[in-house]
Design a protein around this ligand. Structure first.
Ligand code: URA
Ligand code: URA
Length: 251
């Protein structure tokens, strides 16, 4: 029985996973009334139970210096990677960032213009929204490992090509091996599809606990999609609270 199976069994006791929306049982002592977080203020009002979560232990020190060195080596490798044509147009590679002992890893699609300029993931408008979402589940950005499927920006923000994903995704596999997150949160259908090897739509993929090589993986909307469609904020809130529950369950 894998860790993900175990967690899924636990969650099934609390969370009805089915065709409808996720229902968190009201009987749980963890359930408390909770105001909508600020980032959701333009989302439709749908009453639902809140989940009280304890703040994570402040444990920002790298757990293992050897692992840390490997991660730095990987960053150097990414910086000189020429495995696909995106290396020609990049200002900076965007390897990802976060503490080595992060319990949650967020995986997005690819750097945009701001990320390419700064060499850091999720620093534009979508990034600001991601920061708010993470803060709302008491996992502040600094405690989370944040990265993307692609480490270089596709020109004109087009979708990644299959060949680019194939060339780049080994870097992400290595990051997952080194960080060993307890939970992976894939934002958007490109990230989810690449990690799970599927072309299913976001709507078909969210609302379930997937597994990536034994690690529970939750799929939700991309923050850039939420900026366009606030109706997706409520389901996103449901998804990230499940991710948060899985993080709590793992420690
Ligand atoms: N969108 C992404 O998918 N990743 C980023 O880093 C920024 C925007
Ligand atoms: N459709 C997608 O492909 N991604 C989103 O994040 C939302 C809708």
């Amino acid at each position: 029985m894998s860790q993900a199976d175990d967690i899924a069994r636990f969650l099934r006791q609390k969370v009805e996973l089915g065709e409808g929306s996720v229902v968190v049982e009201k009987a749980s002592s963890e359930v408390v009334a909770q105001p909508k977080p600020r980032w959701m203020k333009d989302a439709p009002e749908i009453p639902g139970p809140g989940i009280r979560v304890e703040a994570p232990e402040p444990d920002m020190l790298a757990a293992n210096p050897l692992q840390d060195m490997d991660l730095q080596r990987l960053t150097t490798e990414i910086a000189s990677c020429t495995k696909c044509k995106l290396c020609n147009g990049r200002t900076n590679t965007v390897p990802g960032e976060g503490p080595l002992d992060a319990k949650l890893m967020v995986v997005g699609e690819a750097p945009g213009v701001n990320e390419d300029l700064q060499g850091r993931p999720f620093v534009g408008r979508a990034g600001k929204l991601l920061d708010d979402i993470l803060a709302a589940i008491d996992l502040p950005r600094q405690s989370v490992y944040i990265c993307n499927i692609l480490k270089c920006r596709p020109d004109k923000n087009r979708n990644p090509e299959a060949a680019e994903i194939e060339a780049c995704i080994p870097h992400l596999y290595r990051q997952i091996e080194l960080v060993k997150p307890s939970v992976i949160l894939a934002v958007g259908s490109v990230a989810a599809g690449a990690l799970l090897g599927t072309r299913k739509s976001l709507g078909q993929l969210r609302n379930q606990i997937h597994e990536f090589r034994g690690t529970p993986l939750i799929v939700t909307y991309h923050p850039a999609a939420l900026l366009r469609n606030p109706n997706w904020k409520k389901p996103t809130w449901d998804d990230v609270r499940i991710a948060r529950q899985l993080v709590d369950r793992s420690s």
